[in-house]
Ligand binder design. Sequence first.
Ligand code: ZN
Length: 312
Amino acid sequence: MRRSASRVIRSLTLWSAVFAALVLLFRYAAPTPAEALIDERTTLYIQTDGGIVETTAADYLPYVVAAEIPVSYGPEALKAQAVAARTYILASDRHSGANVCTDSACCLAYLSEAELRDRWGSDYDADLAAVRAAVTATDGQVLTYGGELILAAFHASSDGQTEDSAAVWAPLPYLVAVETPETAETVPGLASEAVFSPEELAERLGLSADTPPEAWLEGSELDDAGRVRYLRVGGQSLSGGFVRRALGLRSTDFTVRYADGAFIFTVRGYGHGVGMSQEGARLLAADGWSYEEILAHYYPGTELTLLPPQVH
Ligand SMILES: [Zn+2]
């Protein structure tokens, strides 16, 4: 009995080895077009200063991810960023004839190879490999809601809670305020300050108050996420978004006081606050969250799906 059992095991081992060899042979010796990455077959059109350039998601995404977040944020944060960027690019209709442009203030950040070599120096090869690995590991993956690509908005950081898109653009069911782990201790520079003289503030905000500056501040109305919806200043009620843009504040999550002849704004977080927080993704990844969990947290109710094989 024992001998026949060992013969069966030997035979099974042999057949397993033959099977494994055949799998390897087919995998590496005869790749078919169907095995090519979805990103390689996903054509993108990029608006550049020199006109519209045709590329693929496989070629373009690494330079977006690398420009958006540091490699030190970790593999899961890089993967979450890759999926968000892929989704954002394919859903964007901001430019006619192109998916996106290379201006971070308009679409998404992008750095050329030369710029990345400059930034990374001797780490260039290793850092680009890490970014490429995150893009390849999420090949063709996008976020959808109700079968449609989502507006995968993201921003640098928030203080405790992200923003509802209704407060910035229009309501979207998957862009609602959610908790985010950043604190002043975990994110250096989470709080920033901006100081303006009364004259400067009046000019930038278009105020024409005839009362003394110490009487200009009349309180603010906060939205559900704790950011400024309206600031009442100098007899006017100005939206938080307008004040942010006019004064170049990092976010609408601010308080303001008048002291020693100046208006002092204390601002928390960086960006519009909607969707995924990049610093939040870094902290959650460091806490052991997978990129799927990070995306599900910041874009609740969405599905992580594969693109159809051909996208144009
Ligand atoms: Zn653009």
